[in-house]
Design a protein around this ligand. Structure first.
Ligand SMILES: NC(=O)c1ccc[n+]([C@@H]2O[C@H](COP(=O)([O-])OP(=O)(O)OC[C@H]3O[C@@H](n4cnc5c(N)ncnc54)[C@H](O)[C@@H]3O)[C@@H](O)[C@H]2O)c1
Length: 348
């Protein structure tokens, strides 16, 4: 079956996020949105007012039976991702599934197998992997410019929005785990997390998470729905330079600090880690701070374009099933650690 020049997209779930996908795929070259599904009549009415050409239905199975839908976006509560995506792949549709891919690792792995056997594209909506600032961090880390990465730290807080389907970890930390795995090109080996359920009994609204990555790289994530300030920040500390990312900064999201702590050993600069304590002197280096000029693009638009490219044969490695499964695996370990009062949990 050849891929049509204009891919016809169906969006399942038209709550807060689904309409953003409708807007994006409707305005992107190479795609159009033909249908949407949501059991909530009010949500369908709102979408119909905004996008009158998109056919609405209350049952996603009706959308999956529509031959005028080549691919779907699953933007429903996380607990429904597995069932809906499984049905979509079985119906022969490509699927872009919102993060996190599923609740359980076994479900995510089953979806990967299904996508393979049905030759369909399965991608996860890890939007921040399409964020220009995060891409710049990756460039700095991968080029070796910042030296060895010592640690990463992320803060993702706000007052709400409080979700009902999952806690702050699966909602917010899903982004940070995806970003850290991407920056380090690795999965965490072990996690330890403390979380608390202050406002709802079922799910945690605040969490402090520590992750150990291969090569003694430490990472820390603070997520909260109960914070006075909206913060979206990451710090990457390397042996030669340091980086910061602030998604809300007016000056530009990325700053590169030519700062570090060095050991002088026999008149030569070295990383402190590699020399004996007796033989070296530690010096701090205060250098320039650079704010690189970045051509910003809406991440959701870049993500949608990548999905279309993947359906047309581009490698689906940036946010494909392997990436999605790794995030689900880390989130499950974080949940286990929180449930055990902060006990370290091996990720694999
Ligand atoms: N990538 C991002 O930056 C980002 C941002 C926000 C949300 N999300 C993700 O998007 C998904 C949806 O989040 P949201 O904030 O829009 O949630 P929401 O609760 O506002 O909307 C979910 C919608 O799905 C509908 N729904 C529930 N079951 C359904 C079913 N069986 N078939 C069709 N529709 C169904 C609900 O009626 C609701 O309208 C979640 O997985 C969330 O993690 C991602």
């Amino acid at each position: 079956m050849s891929t049509p020049a204009t891919l016809r997209i169906g969006v399942i779930g038209c709550g807060h996020w689904g309409p953003n996908h409708i807007r994006t795929f409707s305005t992107l070259e190479g795609s159009t949105v033909t249908a949407c599904a949501d059991p909530d009549a009010q949500r369908l009415k709102t979408v119909n007012r905004l996008f009158p050409a998109v056919r609405g239905c209350s049952d996603y199975r009706q959308l999956l039976a529509d031959p005028e839908v080549d691919a779907v976006v699953v933007a429903t509560p996380t607990g429904t991702h597995f069932e809906i995506t499984r049905a979509a792949l079985l119906a022969g549709k490509h699927a872009l599934v919102e993060k996190p891919l599923t609740l359980r690792v076994a479900e995510a792995e089953a979806l990967r197998r299904l996508a393979r056997t049905h030759w369909r594209t399965l991608m996860v909506g890890h939007t921040f992997l399409f964020n220009t600032g995060i891409r710049k961090l990756k460039e700095c880390v991968a080029s070796g410019d910042i030296g060895r990465v010592y640690y990463l730290h992320s803060t993702r807080t706000n007052l709400g929005p409080v979700r009902k389907d999952v806690g702050a970890v699966r909602d917010l930390a899903a982004h940070d785990v995806a970003i850290f795995n991407y920056l380090l090109d690795a999965e965490p080996l072990e996690v330890s997390a403390r979380g608390e359920r202050f406002i709802r009994r079922e799910v945690e609204d605040v969490a402090f998470i520590s992750l150990s990555y291969p090569g003694r790289v430490l990472a820390n994530i603070h997520v909260s729905w109960l914070d006075p300030k909206k913060v979206r920040q990451i710090v990457v500390t390397g042996s030669k330079k340091m980086l910061s990312w602030d998604d809300l900064a007016a000056t530009g999201p990325v700053m590169i600090y030519d700062k570090g702590v060095f050991a002088v050993h026999g008149g030569v600069y070295k990383e402190p880690y590699y020399v004996n304590y007796g033989d070296f002197q530690l010096l701090t280096k205060e250098g320039d701070v650079t704010i690189p000029h970045l051509k910003l693009e809406e991440p959701l638009r870049a993500e949608a374009r990548h999905f279309l490219d993947c359906i047309r044969g581009a490698p689906n490695t940036l946010s494909g099933p392997k990436v999605g499964i790794a995030v689900v695996r880390a989130l499950a370990a974080i949940q286990d650690s929180m449930d055990a009062g902060g006990k370290p949990v091996k990720v694999r």
